[in-house]
Each structure stands twice: as C-alpha cells, then as structure tokens.
Write a protein that binds this ligand. Structure first.
Ligand code: ZN
Length: 410
C-alpha cells in the first residue's frame, strides 16, 4: 500500500528563498483561479492548463518557478473542484474551494522522475535554464536528515509553523520491502512481532474523551488505552503565553519573541499528541491478537455543543472547554484514520458500526438511561449492574457487531 515518510530537510538561505518564492507564485496562481471560479467561470482542467502560457506572459516571474510545480497547481485545484461537485451532487454542504492564506506554505509537489537523490541529499529543480532562459535561482540542494525510501512516487515539500522545511516521500511499501529485505529495520520489527493472530478473534472498542479507547474481546478480556494526558498542562501554558503576548505592542521585540515561544510549545504539544495516537493505533492494529477490530461510527455522535441564545457563563465555559477538547486536543478523527490504514497494513479487518445508544444501554438487561459525560460508572436502575461506563459501552458495541448481519467477507 502507499505510505508516506516525512523527513526534515536543511536548506541554505538562498535555497529557502527559492522555495518561498516558488510557493508564493504557486499560491498566487491557485488563488487567482479560485477567484475566477468564484466569479462564475467554468472549470475545465485541460483549458486551464493551456492557459498557463498566457499567465506566464502576464507574469514573467512565473518562468522562475519549476514548470511541473505549476502544472501540479491545476491538478490540485481540479481535485478540490471535483470534491466540490461530488458534495453538491450528494446534497452535502458544498464547501467551495477556498483561497490559500498568505501565512501558510503552499505545498509544492514534485513528481519523482524529475528528482535526484544521492544518499542524504536531494536536488529540487527550479524554473528556467537552457532554452527557457536564465535561471533566477539555482536548483535547490537540500540535506535530508534521514535516509529516504529507495523508490518513491512523489515528493511534497512543506513548511511547519516554525519555519522548518520537510520532504514527504510517497512510496509503496511492497516495492520497498522487495528492495531492502535484509534491512536492519525489518529485523527489529520481526523481533517485536506480536502474538499470532487469532482469525476468529474479535475486539470491540468504545472511543472516548477521558480514555482514548476501551476494548473488550470475544474472550471477555478488557483493554484500556489511555490517550494523551498532558494537554491541560500545555493548554495552561499556551493560554498564559498568548495572554502575555496580547498585552504587548504588536510587532514589538517581546511580541515576536512570545510568538516564537508559543509556536514552539504548540508544536511540542502537537507532536506529543500525534505520537500518542500513533502508538495507540499501532497497538490495536499490530500488537493485539484479534483479527477483527470493531469501533463505533463517530459521524453519528454529537460531540460539539452548539452555542445557545442566552447561555449562562457556566454553560459558556463548559461549551468552550468541551469544544476545545473535541477540536484541538482529542484527535479522535485522526485516530480513526490512523487505525484504518494500520489495520489494512497489518491484515486486520476494521468494522465501523452504528453506535447509537451504546453508552446509554445496559448490556445485561437492555434498559436505557441517560448518561451525562461526568457519570463515569454505569449503575443500572433496572438490574443493578455496576460497571465502568466505557466497558459497558464496549460490550454493547461488541454485542451489536456479533448480532448484526455478518460482514460481507464471510
Ligand atoms: Zn440492567
């Protein structure tokens, strides 16, 4: 399957300037097209690509941008437009392609065949040269901080909030394995090999805010996977830094310094959180013995609290805290995405089922009762069951999966 490896690169000041120049020009072209489409122009990929010649005549500086990168702009916009058409046809929220903001780096996509990799150095071409006239910037030679995959399909150059540049290599892991079978890394993976997979094993997970995932297996064993713990500590820091910064004069030295600190702390938090999700999803997809993995369908869950007309300060606080938890700190949607590709990769079957009422229902007697988030223990008013709410919910998901129509693979 296709995987992606993101590697930090080091570039000289001049090469950094060239990257900034090219991404700004690509973004300009993209935004100009979005504006045209917004004003009612019809989108046609072939015609748009042909118009590049006119665009170059209008803005000669486009010649200093590598041509394949400009071509990629049209493909990127085409993807955005096709997704928009699909949403309109499906009656969803349309979401017209948006303008790309100036402070964000416009990702540059290089097709592999025009790139040269030697050991840890990669050459990224710029525009101009030969029959295309003089070059403003020489080709970029970047130093990769890790060894890239042996064969790859595409490379995307991006920048994070703190100004570091990265190359993301898209590669096929099957090709890669064939290429370096005796690699050190694969040896390490073999040593850590999980227990043999039980083909008939099932594990069902309830995903939540307090604990990331609570699971139950067909053998009645429970798993508790705690999520990222430190976000409150980080949030407190971030809030403090931001409020300090906002009291400074804009663009002052202290303001800029605090902005930098803020970005650094925010990045550390993001990395920690990301790492935690990776580890948790890897544990489920690779280390657990059960072949079938079941989770609830998150799209049916109402996690975010909507703003009410005349809410009390207490309600307002609660809404803000909760929505911050859901949007920023929790990362469940990303977690599910990771789980999806990791299960596929390690030969597990992931099923996503309707999870309506799985928290409210008693798994013994089917009695239903309200379960506000602060109630951590399920106490059944009918049969007297006392159980952790997440465990009860995981059992419900398990039971629903077993009782439901068999999966199409059977
Ligand atoms: Zn009960």
């Amino acid at each position: 399957m296709l995987l992606c490896k993101k590697i930090k690169i080091e570039v000289s000041d001049q090469d950094g300037e060239a990257l900034e120049f090219m991404q700004a020009k690509c973004r300009g072209l993209y935004n100009w097209w979005v504006m045209r489409l917004r004003n009612g122009d019809r989108w046609n990929l072939a015609r748009a690509k042909k118009s590049l010649r006119e665009s170059k005549a209008h803005d000669p500086e486009l010649r200093f941008v590598y041509g394949k990168l400009l071509a990629e702009v049209y493909f990127r916009l085409d993807k955005a437009m096709q997704a928009f058409f699909r949403r309109v046809a499906a009656g969803e929220k349309p979401g017209f392609p948006r303008l790309k903001p100036r402070h964000q780096f416009f990702t540059l996509c290089y097709p592999a065949m025009y790139l040269e990799v030697q050991g840890k150095s990669i050459t990224l071409p710029t525009g101009g040269g030969g029959k295309w006239g003089p070059k403003r910037y020489p080709n970029i030679v970047a130093h990769l901080t890790e060894i890239p995959p042996g064969s790859f399909h595409q490379v995307a150059v991006s920048r994070d909030a703190r100004g570091n540049y990265y190359c993301s290599f898209v590669y096929d892991d099957a090709e890669q394995d064939a290429q370096d079978g005796r690699n050190k890394q694969s040896k390490r993976q073999q040593k850590r090999k999980a227990r043999p997979i039980r083909d008939d094993g099932i594990v069902a997970f309830d995903l939540g805010i307090k604990t990331l995932a609570t699971g139950v297996t067909d053998q009645g064993r429970f798993y508790h996977i705690g999520g990222f713990k430190g976000y409150r500590w980080y949030n407190r820091q971030l809030d403090k830094i931001r409020s300090k910064r906002d009291r400074c004069k804009k663009k002052s030295r202290r303001y800029i310094h605090l902005s930098k600190v803020y970005k650094r702390v925010a990045e550390r938090k993001r990395n920690k959180q990301h790492d935690c999700l990776h580890k948790a999803s890897h544990l489920i997809a690779h280390r657990l013995a059960e072949r079938a993995v079941v989770i609830g369908d998150l799209s049916q869950r109402q996690m975010v609290i909507k703003k009410q007309e005349n809410e009390t300060p207490k309600e307002r606080n609660k809404r803000r805290r909760r929505n911050r938890a859901v949007y920023n700190d929790w990362g469940l949607y990303r977690f599910v995405q990771m789980l999806e590709y990791k299960c596929l990769r390690f030969g597990k079957e992931l099923s996503i089922i309707d999870e309506r009422d799985t928290t409210k229902r008693c798994h013994v007697c089917e009695h239903k009762q309200d379960m506000p988030l602060w109630k951590r223990t399920y106490r059944c008013a009918n049969c007297g069951l006392v159980m952790d709410r997440d465990e009860n919910s995981a059992i419900n998901i398990y039971q629903r999966f077993v009782a439901g129509p068999p999966p199409h693979t059977l």
